[in-house]
Ligand binder design. Structure first.
Ligand SMILES: Cc1cc2nc3c(=O)[nH]c(=O)nc-3n(C[C@H](O)[C@H](O)[C@H](O)COP(=O)(O)O)c2cc1C
Length: 385
């Protein structure tokens, strides 16, 4: 055997060995049907969009402590499943604030979907409709609100960033309601711009596609990621302003960004029809607790008076089931549908939401809870450490 023959022989042997295949590059041609879970969409999205856009979607504030904690906190919760319950029919449908959804997993309002895919929010709205769920539309959307609402076949809720002009807030709320938005998600956790260091390093600027027509007017210093403390109208807001908005809105107004029982009570006292326990997906105050950690105290404080919803770190159907067991009526996902949109456009949004629905159904079936009403706190145990 010549040297060349023995080399060829050796490489043929290696090609068939499991060691070598473990080292092979991932297949970049993976299609949508190869996506088995939300994390697959994250990887696919990372390969298919620009680094600036991917970092904007996936990053968090400063050390990204809260971003990680939103995920790791789910690892402290385990199930106490029940056996020999008839789970041959699984019902996940829900109606909240007059809006119906096939699943208790909604799309969180997130800004500038045009960064993920030029087809932007109208695609997300169609994707949400195909999946049979509710979509929150951000004030900072890439497309005008009326175009997004026109594409929706399921209820949509409008996310409000108030300011900088107090009276303009009222007009925007009114317009959203006139266009058919069924609830207002009033975001209360963003009085200053955070330092998202990935965006600062990437010198992120607003892309051409972004028109931000639904947002308040922006000053030039708000155009790109900024280091420092630029004054914001939102930093002057108090619960009094929240109460005024809740008073004139004509649709339910939810306080989005509550992290303590004390604020949950204040929100309800000031007219909130619901609470969204949220730390903005770890994008504002780094050092915030995980939302799933704060959910029980907030449910205990106001859960008998108004629906409590939550978001942050939900990536699996089992995460949804844990949140529902701890008292959430429904949850939102922020990054997952954006990864779906970035990787595959509208079908990606639909598939991400349907994957979560399927995983939730599977988890409910295996845990012995055939419908949402059967999900009780004793379905989970929380590790106190
Ligand atoms: C790229 C991105 C943009 C966001 N933009 C907004 C926004 O405009 N308004 C808002 O209230 N929340 C915004 N959020 C927060 C989400 O509504 C939600 O609270 C968060 O994404 C939930 O965490 P998750 O991404 O881990 O699911 C944004 C989140 C992301 C990831």
């Amino acid at each position: 055997m010549t040297r060349r023959d023995s080399l060829r022989h050796f490489s043929t042997f290696l090609a068939g060995s499991p060691v070598l295949s473990a080292w092979q590059e991932p297949d970049r041609s993976l299609g949508i049907d190869d996506m088995l879970n939300v994390f697959d969409f994250d990887s696919a999205c990372k390969r298919r969009i620009t680094r600036e856009a991917y970092d904007y979607i996936s990053g968090g504030a400063e050390d990204e402590f809260t971003l990680r904690r939103n995920r790791s906190a789910f690892g402290k919760i385990t199930f106490r499943p029940r056996m020999l319950v008839d789970v041959s029919k699984l019902d996940m449908s829900i109606e909240l604030f007059g809006s119906k959804s096939d699943m208790p997993v909604f799309i969180a309002p997130t800004g500038t979907h045009g960064r993920a895919n030029p087809s932007g929010e109208p695609s997300t709205a169609k994707g949400a409709g195909e999946a049979g769920t509710i979509m929150g539309i951000s004030s900072s959307s890439s497309y005008p609100l009326n175009e997004i609402v026109k594409s929706a076949t399921r209820p949509v809720w409008f996310q409000l960033y108030a300011g900088p002009d107090g009276p303009g807030t009222r007009d925007r709320v009114q317009r959203a309601v006139d266009l058919g938005c069924k609830a207002i998600l009033f975001t209360i956790d963003a009085p200053y711009f955070p330092h998202r260091e990935r965006d600062l390093r990437n010198r992120l600027v607003r892309p051409e596609v972004q028109r931000e027509v639904n947002a308040r007017r922006r000053r030039p210093d708000e155009e790109s990621a900024t280091y420092g403390l630029p004054a914001r109208f939102t930093s002057t807001l108090t619960w009094k302003f929240f109460g005024e908005v809740a008073g004139y809105a004509k649709v339910p107004v939810l306080a989005k960004g509550v992290l303590t029982a004390a604020d949950a009570r204040l929100a309800v006292e000031n007219g909130a029809a619901g609470i969204v326990v949220s730390n903005h997906g770890g994008r504002y105050l780094d050092g915030d607790p995980a939302t799933i950690e704060m959910l029980p105290e907030i449910v205990a404080a106001v859960g008998s008076r108004v629906p409590v919803l939550m978001d942050g770190g939900i990536r699996r159907g089992t995460d949804v089931l844990k949140a529902l067991a701890l008292g959430a009526k429904a949850v939102f996902v922020g990054r997952p549908p954006l990864w779906g949109l970035g990787a595959f456009g509208q079908p990606g949004v639909t598939r991400v939401m349907k994957l979560l629905q399927t995983e939730l159904a599977l988890a409910m079936g295996l845990a012995g809870v055939p419908n949402l009403a059967a999900i009780k706190p004793d379905l989970v145990a929380v590790d106190p450490r």
